[in-house]
Design a protein around this ligand. Sequence first.
Ligand SMILES: Nc1ncnc2c1ncn2[C@@H]1O[C@H](COP(=O)(O)OP(=O)(O)O)[C@@H](O)[C@H]1O
Ligand SMILES: [Mg+2]
Length: 256
Amino acid sequence: MNRMEIISVAAESYRTSEAFKSLRTNIQFSGTDIKCILVTSCMQDEGKSFISIELAKSLSEIGKKVIVVDADMRNSETIKRYKIESQNPVGLSQYLTNQASFENVLFKTQYENLHIVLSGIFPPNPVELLCTEKFKEFLVKCRQEYDYVIVDTPPLGVVIDAAVIAQNCDGAVLVIAAEKIKYRLALSVKKQLAKSNCKIIGAIMNYTDSKGFIKKKYEYGYYRHHSGDGRGSVFSIFRRKKPENTDNIKTEEDKV
Ligand SMILES: Nc1ncnc2c1ncn2[C@@H]1O[C@H](COP(=O)(O)OP(=O)(O)O)[C@@H](O)[C@H]1O
Ligand SMILES: [Mg+2]
């Protein structure tokens, strides 16, 4: 199998791993039928890819076999974050156009039980590819071989891809960058996601700081209306001014 090394911005900080342990626990409690999880957001750079990888790492630490599928075929940055030990790496877009086999697109990582599928080169018709039987079959194969399938997607406030992908997932989490995303935009993206009949597991508030933490009560009420059936969860992944200082990342979990 191909191999790559994930270069993690979160390193092995205690607080970060605690943050993702809380998230992991909540995912586990969201039901045994929740196996294929979509991660989306309103806009670019809200932390979807970061959260997808860290969540997957956290699940793999407890012995779960996890695969992260980078389904952002339009604008994936993730290939730059990996040290890939393959001359000509292929990904999802090549698989969906019959240019690569399932085995060809699987990458092992330095974390046992954590595999990755890259997005592949930008195809002219990403939505069409995501609507195919081939994509459905791809996720079925992933489900058969892994305990969790985490699907990292493009921002739903910008392109429709995540809503199409959601039709084949069991649950979705909406990443929201604190103080960046307007209430109305978050609401319209949540509505769009709900149309796909995929359960909205909850929202993850990213880039919050200690100020955001104090405003917790407000966030609590704010998101209650956003968590689908009222049983979703809100997490805050804290980051203070210097993101490179991973000691500053911590989390607070609220059951809604
Ligand atoms: N909580 C966080 N702590 C530290 N760095 C973060 C955090 N969330 C995101 N980042 C960093 O911010 C940048 C944008 O995040 P990314 O996951 O690529 O966003 P998206 O996939 O939504 O476009 C990346 O460099 C990522 O590593
Ligand atoms: Mg991304």
